[in-house]
Design a protein around this ligand. Structure first.
Ligand code: SF4
Length: 464
């Protein structure tokens, strides 16, 4: 059943009606009005909580006043950010209760100097939108080293240098617990429990009374099963993440999944969906969405939009040859396919089952993984893969080379670890060397398609 607004009279009838003022209001009716306006908390009526004769009424009030999406608090020593707490599916039905907060990440491989710069950026960021100032709300601290001690040190440093609440990100419960130990006066959000770590993560969550994200990329049934398990364990401060996928198919899947979950919570009262939803959308930001949003905002301000300079990732995909150059790789298979373009880059560092969900919906990709991860490599080769980048100079098994050859997939053997390999590719991606005339001329051609160059030159007074 969709949520229905309750009247103060309905609420008043279920209160003790003694006008004792323990809640801080003059009488029960005033308290009822504040309750329906979401300006106070039911738990402030102590008689209702303490006296057994009101138990049934208390349960009824909890049900009729609860939002369809549970509210979760993420706290630092100084600030609280609330997520969820929503009553309706569509924004026009009711105002935002808790506008969506945005988190920006730091990770435990960054230098203290870089972390400080990032924190300063996040804390000083503001954006004015229709007379309202918007800010960034949270800092996500990611573990990329998977080292509990390193992570603990990073979380301590971040928490000492920001007043913002934190999201602790690792799939390793030991790493998460190390971070929680230095946050005794805060309630961070933990990201994330999965089908592989749910048991150990549940122990950590219960011990520290934290809230946690349940992460099940592309698998709604598994997500429901995780919610059910956590609720049975008495862990109720949950948020849900069904994965944020890229590419046109991936983006459509992500939006549909979010919509379906929110619909089930608000209109079908489906208890396994009644939790806030989390996305990691920076990778899913689509040029079309950006264009729409800018057209509206810039148009409203009276500016003339001459074009949008898209990210190099979108207009100038790397070829396999460029990736081989950027990563000092040796070509083991597929010298003849080196000029194929790579649209997506995926790191295969999970179980084959989990990886498969991403592989299936990510077309024309290069998969970066260790040469000894035959399971991941063979899973990738069953999907639309253009290249394999095998890290750590680990020579793969013969079956990998044969399958790659059969599927016309280039195989590169790279001397660096996965993290360094990704960094090298990303930094190459954003470099267009003047000697590389082919890449430079592709860039100019693509830019001419995206922006109104004659108008830009005219506006700048560069043509007569
Ligand atoms: S504490 Fe409860 S019973 Fe007392 S005035 Fe407030 S609402 Fe009424």
């Amino acid at each position: 059943m969709p949520w229905k607004a309750v009247s103060p009279i309905e609420v008043y009838k279920l209160l003790p009606r003694t006008n004792c003022k323990e809640c801080g209001e003059e009488n029960c009716m005033a308290f009822a009005v504040k309750l329906v306006n979401m300006e106070t908390k039911l738990e402030l009526c102590k008689p209702l909580l303490k006296e057994s004769k009101y138990k049934e009424n208390y349960e009824k009030l909890k049900t009729i006043l609860s939002p369809m999406v549970k509210e979760i608090e993420i706290k630092s020593a100084e600030k609280t950010v609330k997520i969820g707490g929503e009553y309706v599916m569509h924004r026009h039905e009711l105002t935002y209760i808790n506008p969506t907060p945005i988190a920006i990440d730091v990770d435990d491989s960054m230098s203290k100097e870089d972390i400080t710069k990032r924190i300063e950026f996040v804390e000083n960021f503001e954006y004015e939108y229709i007379g309202r100032k918007l800010y960034l709300d949270l800092l996500a601290v990611r573990s990329v080293t998977n080292d509990p001690e390193k992570y603990k040190e990073t979380v301590k440093f971040v928490s000492e240098n920001t007043s913002l609440p934190l999201v602790l990100c690792s799939l390793n419960p030991k790493v998460i617990e190390a971070g929680l130990f230095v946050l005794s006066d805060a309630s961070p959000l933990i990201y994330a429990a999965t089908k592989d770590n749910w048991r150990e993560m549940a122990d950590v969550v219960k011990k520290h009374r934290a809230s946690v994200v349940l992460f099940s990329p592309g698998d709604l049934n598994m997500l429901v099963s995780l919610v059910n398990t956590y609720l049975k364990l008495g862990i109720e401060d949950l948020a849900l993440d069904l994965g944020t996928f890229t590419g046109s198919k991936g983006l459509a899947y992500t939006i549909n999944a979010f919509t379906k979950l929110r619909w089930k919570a608000c209109n079908e009262d489906y208890k396994f969906a009644r939790f806030p939803l989390i996305g990691t959308p920076i990778v899913a930001w689509d040029e079309a969405l950006l264009m729409n949003s800018l057209l509206i905002r810039i148009g409203n301000l009276g500016f003339k939009l001459l074009g949008i300079l898209p990210s190099l990732r979108n207009i100038l995909p790397l070829t396999i040859r460029e990736i081989a150059d950027a990563t000092d790789s040796k070509v083991l298979v597929g010298q003849q396919w080196l000029d194929k373009e790579i649209e997506n880059l995926l790191v295969g560092a999970m179980t084959p089952d989990s990886a498969m969900k991403y592989f299936k919906i990510t077309p024309s990709k290069a998969v970066i993984t260790g040469g000894d991860r035959t399971d991941i490599i063979l899973a990738a080769l069953k999907t639309d893969t253009t290249a394999l980048i095998l890290t750590g100079n680990i020579y793969p098994e013969e079956i990998v080379l044969n399958e790659a050859e059969k599927n016309k997939v280039s195989v590169l053997l790279c001397p660096y670890d996965t993290y360094t390999t990704v960094r090298k590719i990303e930094s190459y991606r954003f470099t267009v060397r003047y000697m590389n005339m082919k890449r430079l001329s592709r860039l100019v051609t693509e830019l001419e398609k995206k922006i109104d160059l004659p108008s830009v030159l005219e506006e700048l007074g560069l043509v007569s």
